[in-house]
Design a protein. Structure first.
Length: 73
């Protein structure tokens, strides 16, 4: 079970890096060429990176693993 959780964490971390990098890429494209769609995509992927980071931080509580601190937000 721990290997699966470790793989899940790695997969989420990879998704965070992808979303943040793609958001930066699209924002760079927006500043060079303009276009509202590039800005919207950059914002959406930045939000996804933040949400995935939040999920990764709270993964132990989400999966109800033993030893997690349920009293913390």
């Amino acid at each position: 079970m721990l290997n699966l959780i470790l793989f899940h964490r790695l997969l989420i971390a990879t998704a965070i890096v992808f979303c943040a990098t793609f958001a930066a890429w699209e924002f760079g494209a927006y500043t060079r060429a303009g276009g509202m769609s590039k800005l919207i995509i950059a914002i959406v992927f930045a939000i996804l990176a933040v949400l995935l980071s939040w999920y990764l931080k709270r993964l132990a509580r989400v999966l109800n693993l033993p030893g997690n601190r349920k009293g913390r937000a």
